[in-house]
Design a protein around this ligand. Structure first.
Ligand code: ADP
Length: 503
């Protein structure tokens, strides 16, 4: 693979539409209006492909958060959204999805510039995924209903008992930087379908698609105050939402460390909390597979989105009899997954999101080497202005090493051998996380056995990280609390009220 043309790490030129978008002043979206922050402080936003600051966003103050929460509170309490006919809510959410679809190319470019992921990947995965979340949940708006229940201790016909499903109320939604728009829509869609109002805070590193999305809110027909989008830091603006007495629910996706902190901080007001957190997902390759076909799948499981994926297949377990072949097959994908600037049309992977993340990932690689791991692929970073890390495979690892135990959130996989099914199931479960797992085999019985043994919210067979809006998604153990997507996803935004009438 040494005959590759050298990669040009300079970011390509932005389109005029994006340049104009970036030139807007820092604003918050509250009550269907763009407003200034109360204290005028701002946060710089970088393009990770170049490491350069490209715009500044508002750093929401406590007063700004309070203002956004008050807007959502009023909009919830006066029934301007909850009180609409379900089919009216459904139509507005669909219109929102239509508008997003109409601007798909622009959203893909913004996401690429802001997060560093290739524009082609954003266009193929993030934007359609975001639209799909909205469309699937839009339909739920008109399918929420309680049930009539026959009481247990009272004679039939003397009491009429039934349940009502009601929206939880005002939701604070805090999302991370790895799939900014997709995560935002994954949070917004069920809340709106349930009849909730919300304040969304994107990650400070990647706020741009959420801000562009705010432009479409009023046009879609949402009444003022139903969708509020504010930018700011987690420990200030995010924290204020978590502790706010007028916020009824916090939905968070991010690191396990911050998820635990949020869970603690939400206790005083006893909010509903759903948490989608970190992972260290195993990928198990059984000896019966065709290695030439499966190795690229195992590589994609970790190198897609430069490994900045909560379900990234970061622990590879290959059967001893095929281990060397699997590593060779994974290593052969290096040119495909080599990071390039996000607007390079040939890119399949981009830089990491920030300098902080770059340092973190390189620190893990160095720690792995110090602990005795060998580098079978990558292990280094190209000389460039952006935050590029070459896809990396570490072998000769053991379960005590930090590279094996901790979530790296970068393009780094640790590979281990195993001999039998029970042994690999035990090794796969030897982690505090439980988000996803991949199993590659042609044997249906092995597949089902491992699916039952592995403790994680999702198990994939002969694929990895396939996400569908209809299927619930979430974590076992320290990977989270609650489920998103599917029926479970809408349930997480509903209260259940029992009504008992004496006849
Ligand atoms: P990562 O470690 O992947 O950068 P974090 O878990 O730190 O992710 O951040 C995910 C989201 O949580 C971001 O929107 C961030 O601003 C927010 N956040 C960080 N700290 C807090 C906090 N103490 N309270 C509320 N939100 C927070």
């Amino acid at each position: 693979m040494t005959d590759m043309t050298p990669i040009d790490y300079r970011q390509r030129e932005y389109s005029d539409a994006i340049k104009a978008f970036l030139a807007r002043g820092p604003r918050l979206f509250i009550n269907n209006e763009w407003v200034e922050s109360s204290h005028g402080a701002t946060i710089g936003v970088e393009d990770p492909s170049s490491g350069k600051e490209i715009t500044r966003i508002a750093d929401a103050s406590d007063r700004d958060v309070d203002r956004a929460v008050a807007a959502a509170r009023t909009a919830f309490d006066d029934g301007r959204w909850t009180g609409l006919a379900p089919n009216a809510r459904e139509r507005i959410i669909h219109r929102f999805a239509d508008l997003l679809e109409a601007h798909a190319d622009e959203f893909a470019e913004i996401e690429a510039i802001d997060n560093g992921k290739p524009k082609g990947m954003a266009a193929a995965v993030d934007i359609p995924g975001a639209i799909s979340q909205l469309r699937f949940m839009a339909g739920w708006a008109s399918k929420i209903s309680g049930e009539v229940i026959q009481p247990y201790t009272m004679p039939t016909g003397t009491v009429f008992g039934y349940t009502l499903r009601e929206p939880v109320g005002v939701c604070g939604q805090i999302v991370p930087w790895n799939f900014p728009l997709l995560m935002a829509c994954l949070k917004i869609a069920p809340a709106l379908a349930a009849g909730c109002t919300l304040v969304l805070k994107p990650a400070e590193q990647t706020p741009l698609t959420a801000l562009r999305l705010a432009d479409l809110v009023a046009e879609a027909g949402f009444p003022a105050g139903v969708v509020n989008i504010i930018t700011g830091y987690g420990h200030t603006a995010g924290d204020r939402m978590v502790k706010h007495p007028d916020v009824d629910k916090i939905a968070f996706t991010g690191s396990t460390e911050i998820g635990k902190l949020i869970n603690r901080n939400a206790t005083d007001t006893l909010k509903h909390v759903t948490l989608e957190l970190g992972g260290k997902s195993p990928v198990v390759i059984m000896p019966d597979v065709n290695v030439a076909e499966v190795a690229p799948g195992a590589a994609g499981a970790i190198f897609f989105n430069s490994g900045q994926v909560c379900v990234a297949g970061s622990r590879l377990f290959a059967h001893r009899s095929i281990f060397d072949q699997v590593i060779e097959g994974v290593a052969a994908t290096a040119p495909f997954w080599a990071p390039r600037p996000s607007l390079d049309a040939e890119a399949h992977a981009g830089p990491l999101v920030s300098k902080e993340q770059f340092d973190r990932v390189m620190g893990y690689i160095e720690a792995g080497k110090r602990d005795g791991a060998s580098v079978a692929m990558g292990g280094d970073a190209p000389t460039a202005d952006g935050y590029y890390v070459n896809p990396t495979v570490l072998v000769d690892v053991n379960p005590q090493m930090s590279v094996v135990r901790e979530e790296i959130f970068g393009p780094v996989v640790v590979a281990q051998r195993f001999d039998d099914l029970d042994e690999v199931a035990k090794a796969a479960n030897d982690t505090c996380f439980g988000l996803g797992a991949g199993v590659w085999t042609r044997d249906v019985a092995t597949m089902h056995k491992l699916a039952a043994k592995i403790k994680s919210g999702t198990v994939w067979g002969n694929c990895h990280a396939v996400i569908d809006t209809a299927l619930p998604f979430g974590g076992y153990k320290e990977s989270g609390i609650g489920r998103e997507q599917g029926r479970a996803g809408i349930e997480a935004y509903l209260e259940t009220k029992s009504v008992i009438l004496q006849l």
